[in-house]
Design a protein around this ligand. Structure first.
Ligand code: 3UK
Length: 515
């Protein structure tokens, strides 16, 4: 437990009236004797100690102020998994600046929209993303710097910085989440939210301590990765492993054998790919005390095969960008494969029917949650906020049912949104891309389960000239999507039909295609 911050028997956090969340996550480790301890290790052989981290955070905060940013200003950081992600994120927070780290796999129009919507004063980006960011800057001009340029500025900045005090419920950082039809929504998180997730799920459910080495295949830009490999280890004084490469099975095996993590966090699609790769060559998993899965439901069969092959269990849990991290999860001492587990203590849930009344135990309904880690609003989206956040409760958009022992079973979404490899994917976005092809008249995109029982996008297409869809066109359409959209969003199957089911008003009925 951190001095000055405690949680009552009710799991509600008690924080000072005025504080800055960079102090418990970053600054306290040096006075507590962890200055020489490694906070971050990278695949490039960099080790960053807690003392170095604290100093670089101060330099980063000072550099941001030298760039003209003031408390409340937004910093958009399109940054790969590397120590500078920590410096920028915490340096901003310590100076009262609001960091916004979006998905780094997006395309120029998405970034241009975020520059505009966030009204950010500065964009800092890893040079790997230069082509998309440069194109976005032409659409929405903003001041921008590469990470390398920023690190050079930091070298000239002072290593001391006074933390700017705020209230626990003041705005602290944002995370963008994809919307089903419209543009991404910035979920605004408060100062206290990372304290709540790191204690209630990180420390109490996973039992993260300073002895833990945390390796997350899910990147830091994802709220899941942000907790897994940044806030959980920092809260406990543990160590984070960072890799900026794409997490292929080989990359993850190499990291697990090299860094000997105690906790590994993945998504179901990756666990499935790892299992397939393990058939070809065995690997050592002896350092792991637990694995975690989130982003989409983990099929029971993947749990079973993973346990058989590696000897460790995978704790499936459901989290969201709006709630910041996992709110229903399996535990080391209480788990049931094929379910999301039980509510994390401190998180209240309710399952409602169509009329907004609680369902009878065991019946399915819409899942709502209430907790102290949820975003209070979406930036600039009052209607979306009013729809999703009602009287302190958050509508997850998920349908759930409780089994007789209180384990919660995921039954799907209440909207048409898909999770692909654990990341949001809007059918409308893929459809809009497909119809830009001259041969396509209309398209509908739905989710379809693959051989591992994991959902991938499938397109149902109507052509302008009936009957002309062949293998060549299918390949062309998939390539068009890969080129235009974030690459994971392309349709894995394309079916050609004569017409699409529609409502009287002409709206595509995707649910009829799913049946
Ligand atoms: C779905 C799941 C079944 C569900 C996330 C852990 O995924 C995260 O956040 P997102 O905002 O998506 C939230 C939505 O994804 N989902 C996530 N996990 C599961 N469905 N079983 C699961 N285990 O539809 C949910 O509403 O991208 C996950 C921690 C932090 C996160 N942000």
């Amino acid at each position: 437990m951190v001095q000055g911050i405690d949680f009552g028997a009710d799991h509600k956090v008690r924080l000072p009236d005025r504080f800055n969340v960079a102090v418990p996550f970053i600054d306290r480790h040096v006075p507590e004797g962890r200055g020489g301890k490694v906070a971050i290790r990278t695949v490039h052989g960099e080790d960053v100690t807690y003392a170095e981290l604290a100093e670089n955070v101060n330099r980063a905060g000072n550099s941001l102020m030298a760039q003209g940013l003031r408390p409340g200003d937004r910093l958009l950081m399109v940054v790969k998994d590397c120590p500078a992600f920590f410096y920028l994120f915490w340096g901003a927070i310590k100076a009262g600046i609001v960091p916004v780290p979006p998905n780094t796999l997006l395309r120029a129009p998405d970034y241009a929209y975020m520059f505009e919507d966030s009204g950010c004063r500065l964009v800092v980006y890893s040079s790997e993303y230069a082509s998309e960011i440069d194109a976005a800057l032409l659409m929405t001009p903003v001041k921008a710097l590469t990470v390398e340029g920023f690190l050079a500025e930091m070298a000239n900045a002072l290593p001391k910085l006074e933390a700017r005090l705020a209230a626990p419920t003041d705005d602290c950082f944002w995370l963008y989440s994809s919307g089903s039809t419209g543009r991404p929504k910035g979920a605004v998180h408060a100062q206290r939210n990372m304290v709540v997730t790191s204690e209630l799920y990180g420390a109490r459910v996973l039992g993260v301590t300073e002895n833990d080495i945390c390796y997350s295949a899910a990147k830091l830009f994802f709220a899941y990765g942000l907790g897994n490999a940044m806030t959980f280890p920092l809260w406990a004084g543990g160590t984070a492993i960072l890799d900026d490469r794409r997490p292929t099975p080989d990359v993850t095996f190499e990291n697990i054998e090299r860094f000997k993590p105690t906790l590994y966090y993945g998504v179901p699609t990756l666990y499935a790919a790892q299992l397939a790769a393990l058939d070809a060559a065995p690997h050592s998993f002896s350092s792991l005390r637990a694995c975690v899965s989130a982003g989409e439901a983990l099929p029971a069969d993947i749990f079973r095969r993973w346990k058989e092959k590696t000897g460790t269990i995978i704790l499936d849990g459901i989290g969201s960008t709006e709630c910041l991290h996992i709110f229903i999860g399996n535990r080391l001492d209480e788990y049931r494969p094929g379910t999301s587990g039980k509510p994390v203590p401190g998180y209240e849930i309710k399952v409602l029917d169509d009329k907004g009344q609680p369902v009878k135990k065991g019946e399915s309904g819409a899942l709502w949650i209430r907790a102290e880690s949820t975003a209070r609003y979406y930036w600039n989206k009052p209607e979306k906020t009013a729809e999703t956040m009602v009287d302190g409760w958050l509508n997850t958009g998920d349908t759930y049912r409780e089994d007789p022992d209180g384990f919660l079973i995921y039954e799907g979404r209440s909207d048409d949104m898909l999770k692909v490899g654990g990341i949001w994917c809007s059918p409308v976005e893929i459809e809009s891309c497909l119809i830009t092809h001259p041969a396509v008249l209309e398209a509908a995109v739905i989710g379809q389960a693959d051989a591992d029982q994991l959902i991938k996008p499938k397109a149902v297409v109507v052509l302008k000239q009936a009957g002309s869809g062949g293998a060549e066109l299918t390949e062309e359409l998939a390539a068009l999507c890969k080129k235009t959209l974030a690459p994971y969003k392309y349709p894995r199957w394309i079916e050609y039909v004569a017409e699409l089911p529609k409502t009287a008003t002409g709206k595509i009925q995707r649910f009829k295609l799913r049946a």
